[in-house]
Design a protein around this ligand. Structure first.
Ligand code: F6P
Length: 528
């Protein structure tokens, strides 16, 4: 009885697999949605929405104002196929790509040298969000084991984090090329990182400008600063490329090329996936299948989280990269008609099998509020095989754990998608990025949101600006006599809780004195 039941389950799994397994052999990619619990009628019920999404994408790729709030075109697909771009942009796209690759080649060849006449040995990228995550993913996933230049990132305004990197660089800062990357050219974290980098060079008696390159919008604050200071060079960022989709613009290509990545293959991978997912009908279209699975799993409301589990160390940052791509694109208060919808899909993940020894316990046995996206890489390693026990390699185990976890989740009714690529290479990373970019675009139309703006980010930036201004006032108001947070708040017309946090921060960093009381309200702050 038991045996019969398990046999029929197995055969229905096999049937469903054959029905919902799509592969593109010419690019070594496949998607398996058979372990998602959607009804086949989804393709019929969603047919009008699917058509709408295809049509919207076609218009977007043809140069429509697909980001209506900001009145901008959305052109990341043109970065890997400039012939799709409006005619007036093509030469600039191609010219910028060539210029970044030529610059990197000149650095490698020693035609562009550090101020001390030596070859550059390191790159420091200063940027945040889309201006750092893409280069970080590329550095982690596809740079050679011993790249021509080592790479570090200032991707925050944490002084301790930056101090540690500067300390690790030591005297090698003299042969470090710094890329300051900011589309807007006004992001404070990046501005601070740039100033910290400038100071670090100065402390070693070096001229920052002779080691600095900017990637930014024409005429931005950063652009003007780079011109005024006489930096080595500048590469443009365009308003029709969003930060989270900028890895194939100069934002990503310059760091990648300096790292010895085959940038043209990276772009070719994305272009190849674009070709596959631009015109195929929904059932064969990997990007549309992903969007439909997100829609059916989360009931079009993001009710289920997306857990991204690549079984490959090189792809460990892919989940973080997708977190920005998906959540900044889809996490929206309003739909395109102005209705409050509070859309989004939460994304998290790290890598398998490591995560099996952490949160996968909850995925199998706990709250069923997610679907997993497994990423399987067929080729285990580049070097000769090694058997950890007779007949089995570490790579066999990795594959066994992926399949085992997929089966164990399915057994408990937990959904999963499996994407497969042959290896992790510039080409396959490009195609995976291209796949998710288009899936995000399609899904946005299915739920009727603008995937290409990020109005929510501004609120935090504004509140931080106010906090800093008021903290300056608190500092000026401190005197010899100790003041409580309530007294500071009343004096400066600042919320008492904010005043307490401001004064506490100043005290923790040697700019104020604190006499602790029994409660926060009894703490007294004075000038140093
Ligand atoms: O490149 P910029 O303009 O410095 O912006 C950095 C990041 O900040 C955001 O605008 C908002 O966090 C991201 O979309 C962007 O990638």
């Amino acid at each position: 009885m038991l045996l019969r039941r398990s046999m029929s389950t197995t055969s229905s799994h096999w049937d469903r697999f054959q029905k919902f397994f799509v592969r593109y052999p010419q690019i070594g990619f496949s998607i398996d949605i058979s372990r998602m619990s959607f009804e086949e009628s989804l393709f019929e019920t969603q047919a009008p929405a699917i058509e709408k999404a295809f049509a919207a994408m076609k218009e977007l790729e043809a140069g429509a104002i697909a980001n209506p709030d900001e009145g901008r075109m959305v052109g990341h697909y043109w970065l890997r196929n400039s012939s799709l771009a409006p005619a007036e942009l093509r030469a600039e796209i191609d010219g910028t790509l060539d210029a970044t690759l030529d610059f990197a080649a000149d650095v490698h060849a020693g035609k562009i040298l550090a101020a001390n006449g030596q070859k550059f040995t390191r790159v420091l990228v200063v940027g945040i969000g889309g201006s750092a995550l893409g280069p970080q993913l590329v550095a982690q996933a596809i740079t050679p084991a011993n790249p021509p230049l080592a790479i570090d990132f200032f991707d925050n305004t944490d002084p301790d984090g930056m101090d540690r990197i500067v300390a690790q660089m030591g005297d090698e800062i003299a042969t470090t090329l710094t890329l300051v990357i900011s589309k807007s050219g006004g992001t404070k974290e990046t501005r601070n990182g740039m100033l910290e980098a400038e100071a670090a060079y100065k402390a070693k008696g070096l001229e920052f400008a002779k080691h600095a390159v900017a990637v930014t919008g024409l005429g931005s604050e950063l652009d003007k600063h780079a011109i005024a200071q006489g930096w080595l060079t500048r590469f443009p960022m365009w308003d029709w490329v969003g930060g989270r989709t900028s890895v194939m613009s100069a934002v990503g290509t310059i760091a990648a090329a300096l790292q010895g990545v085959d940038v043209r293959q990276f772009l070719a991978g994305a272009a190849a996936m674009d070709e596959e997912t631009r015109t195929r009908p929904a059932r064969e279209n990997a990007a549309m299948l992903l969007a439909l699975m997100w829609f059916s799993a989360g009931k079009g409301k993001g009710a289920k989280d997306m857990v991204v589990l690549p079984y490959k160390d090189r792809l460990v940052l892919f989940s973080k990269y997708l977190q920005q791509l998906v959540m900044e694109s889809l996490g929206k208060e309003h739909d395109l008609d102005g209705n409050v919808v509070n859309q989004g899909i939460a994304v998290y993940g790290n890598k398998g099998s490591t995560d099996q020894h952490a949160y996968v316990q909850q995925l199998r046995d706990g709250v069923n509020n997610f679907f997993v996206t497994f990423i399987q890489v067929a080729k285990a390693r580049d070097t000769a095989g090694f058997e950890v026990e007779p007949g089995f390699t570490s790579g066999d185990y990795l594959q066994g754990f992926l399949r085992g976890t997929r089966a164990a989740l399915a057994e408990k009714g937990r959904e999963s998608i499996t994407l497969s690529v042959e290896e992790v290479s510039a080409f396959t990373l490009g195609l995976l990025i291209g796949l998710f970019e288009r899936a995000v675009g399609y899904y946005a139309t299915l739920v009727n949101v603008n995937a290409y703006h990020q109005p929510g980010v501004e609120a935090g930036k504004k509140a931080a600006t106010t906090f800093l201004k008021q903290m300056g006032e608190v500092l000026s108001a401190l005197s010899g006599a100790g003041l409580t947070a309530d007294e500071l708040g009343a004096k400066l017309n600042v919320d008492a809780e904010d005043a307490w946090h401001m004064a506490s921060h100043l005290a923790a960093n040697g700019k104020a004195k604190i006499v602790p009381g029994e409660t926060p309200a009894a703490d007294r702050f004075s000038a140093v």
